[in-house]
Design a protein around this ligand. Structure first.
Ligand code: ADP
Ligand code: ADP
Length: 235
């Protein structure tokens, strides 16, 4: 479980960051993301979703409060060790442009010491499981569609088999038809893998479709936290 306890982030130099009542990017957030579930953070642009996600892998340091994973305070862990256990997928897949699909997926396991043959075998399996034609393994990112690139991004994040996945609008940059395919494939994959996922979106429909649990954020705080996303539509 990922647990946020009274987490606040104020960016230095942001307007009003020194005064009382200033708007923090994330303000006193408490939240639990259960193990093996998809927890969606939904809310408008600027409400602090990306900031929240990036505090988990310590790309951003909270101003106050604690974030723990399975009871271990992330602030007390070695950053490299922390990040080994966390996959990260962003909107623009962010693939290494000069590496093939296969090499994109094997890079992290290779850096972690997995031997080449095993890393490649695992990569090919993941490439298929995210719905890519294995024949694409030798292509370069620029030779792929946006949807295919996002699939590679997901495969790459899964390659080191991290228990936790942070996903920041991973399906937002593709057209609606492809988005729906990606969502469905993602749900199928997650039903097999059971990762602990924090998923950020501004799209309520996506939140309801994907979330086992949904937290609705607004600028300056949490509006509601629902264990049953269907309640969102009822409100
Ligand atoms: P969201 O992901 O919901 O769009 P963000 O976490 O990106 O929200 O941003 C939350 C707030 O923090 C916004 O007001 C944004 O302008 C501000 N912010 C984000 N990053 C920085 C930064 N590096 N420096 C100063 N302010 C920032
Ligand atoms: P490494 O030990 O660094 O993984 P490789 O022999 O796998 O070395 O790769 C060397 C270069 O060949 C890399 O730049 C990579 O992009 C390219 N390459 C590796 N596999 C393929 C492939 N299946 N198709 C096309 N290029 C490849």
């Amino acid at each position: 479980m990922i647990r946020f306890e009274r987490v606040t982030k104020r960016y230095e130099g942001a307007p009003g960051s020194e005064g009382d009542g200033a708007t923090a990017a994330v303000d006193d957030l408490s939240l639990e993301a259960p193990t093996g579930k998809i927890t969606v953070l939904v809310g408008p642009s600027g409400c602090g979703k990306t900031t929240t996600l990036r505090m988990v892998n310590r790309m951003i340091t909270p101003t106050s409060g604690t974030i723990s994973i399975d009871g271990r305070d992330t602030a007390s862990l070695d950053v490299a060790e922390l990040r080994r256990g966390i996959g990260y997928v962003i909107q623009a897949a962010g693939l290494f442009p000069h590496r093939t699909v296969l090499d994109n997926v094997t890079t992290v396991p290779r850096l972690l010491g997995t031997d080449k043959k095993a890393a490649r075998a695992r990569a090919m399996e993941l490439i298929e499981r995210v719905g890519l034609d294995p024949a694409m393994a030798g292509r370069y990112p620029a030779q792929l569609s946006g949807g295919q690139q996002q699939r590679v991004g997901v495969a790459r994040a899964l390659a080191a088999d991290p228990p936790v996945m942070l996903m920041d609008e991973p399906f937002s940059a593709v057209d609606p038809v492809v988005r729906e395919q990606l969502q469905n494939e993602f749900l199928r994959l997650q039903s097999e893998l059971g990762k602990t996922i924090l998923f950020v979106t501004h799209d309520i429909d996506e939140a309801v479709k994907l979330g086992d649990q949904v937290a609705v954020l607004r600028v300056g705080g949490v509006l509601a936290q629902l264990d049953s996303p269907a309640k969102l539509l009822a409100d």
